[in-house]
Ligand binder design. Sequence first.
Ligand code: ME8
Length: 530
Amino acid sequence: MSSRKPAYITTPIYYVNDRPHIGHAYTTTLCDVWARAMRLDGREVFFLTGTDEHGAKVEKSAKERGVTPQALADENSAEFRQVLALFGLTNDDFIRTTEARHESQVKLFVERLMKSGDIYLGEFEGWYDEGQEEYVTDTRAKELEYKSPISGRPLVRAKEHNYYFKLSAYQGKLEAFFAANPQFVRPSGRFNEVLGRMRDGLQDVPVTRTNFSWGIAMPGAPEHVIYVWIDALFNYATALGLGDSSSALAKERAKFWPPEYHVIGKEILWFHAVIWPAMLMALDLPMPKCVYAHSFWISNGQKMSKSLGNFIDLPTIQSYFDTYGLDAWRWYMTTQGPIGTQDADFSPKHFHEIYTANLVNTFANCASRTSSMMEKYFAGVMPAADTASMPISAVAGAPTWSVFANAAVAKTLKHYADFELAEAGDCALSIVRAVDAIINETQPFKLAKDPSKIDEVARILAACAEGVRVAAVLLSPIMPNKCAEVLAAYGCSIDGVGSITDAAHWGGLKAGTRVCKCAPFMRVDAPVIV
Ligand code: ME8
């Protein structure tokens, strides 16, 4: 194991009052790709996901279904866990906020914050809609002419005691931290949104509620329930046992703190970029390195919503698995998803085009052409040939294979580490494109007709086979199954490698290795329409 710092990556924990859909699968897949890449590079990784199970919404859904909130949480949390298996996701733990290990630590954290004065009992007064059991802001109350928009009954002036977190006290510290860490929120466009909102000034936030009971009771004041968001954010720390540093869990896992990436959707950025860091400052815990907020998948140009019923749900995703396979789905998610500041439209036609262009016509075509020619001209055995000093093309100034490929390996690895996952995929594929180009340029299938050219054919095919192998190593975090299949056909594997740089170093495919025919992605006639 390398001496580098262990790596920690997290997804949001998902609400159990919703069914899993493309959005949840997307965030978790991105984290999985990163976790696999870092493990392949010899780092010790902790990859966390889980479910967010408390709160008024879960309580309400359970009531409507005539079950207890815990029963609803158990059922839906199990469904989220099934997704992990279905998508080949390699999380190291799955945390549930109703677990005793989480609840007990949340109480310890909250007690610490009360002791330090960061959480205090305050009073809140506002306009209350009794039918809806919710407060409305002063502005909204005025707009509504002080009547409930649902029942028409007058809004009442109500007072409530709540516990508050002293967020306002952290304005200056957060500003200083943000200024010193320009990569703290990515992409940068999202950071600017946070900085803009910071200028309005931070107000203390309520951390308890009294209008429902499905949650963690406030220590010393059980009529108060800890607000679901505060409860949920702590999951990142409770999973490592940080609430009780003398626990066995902390002894084993505390080394993973702080997280390298909290990966989330853009809608929950404020909680992760402002409230959570302030809580960590109050607890004296080191800051996460980066909160990465991606944008949203939309469906045929429209926002996905329950009312439109247009979520790309699990049965729909299953139909893509059936037609194109899991790895094709992972490729599409990783390279075409809304990882930047733009939303991404999920369309069956676009999926099909990307599958055909990148996977069938590029990756599979090269792996298959090379292995077939190897079979035909060299009985499926890698010939001895010096490819390292051979230029990748006849064009003047073209780099040698070893220089070109080793540079692509270093670049791909950097992209993975920096969470530039689409760029990592593209960079790995650039090696395949170079293989394709040399086959088209030199036409080894024509040269092979002339027995005096057999050494030249051997050199070309040896370079092609090594190129395919290196690309398959680099693409493994995104397409683990298909790459393992290609690597096995090329007589190798990534099991037990010490680092990507070693595994993908030019020259790893030794003369005499058996190379078998393979065709990892088959052509599909028409897009899936569900
Ligand atoms: O917000 N496109 O849980 P949640 C891409 N429990 N990603 C999407 C998406 C879409 N259309 N829709 C959802 C919660 N997501 C809280 C989080 S964390 C301490 C508590 C993904 O079930 C994205 O990652 O609503 C988003 O942030 C998350 O699902 C929200 O999941």
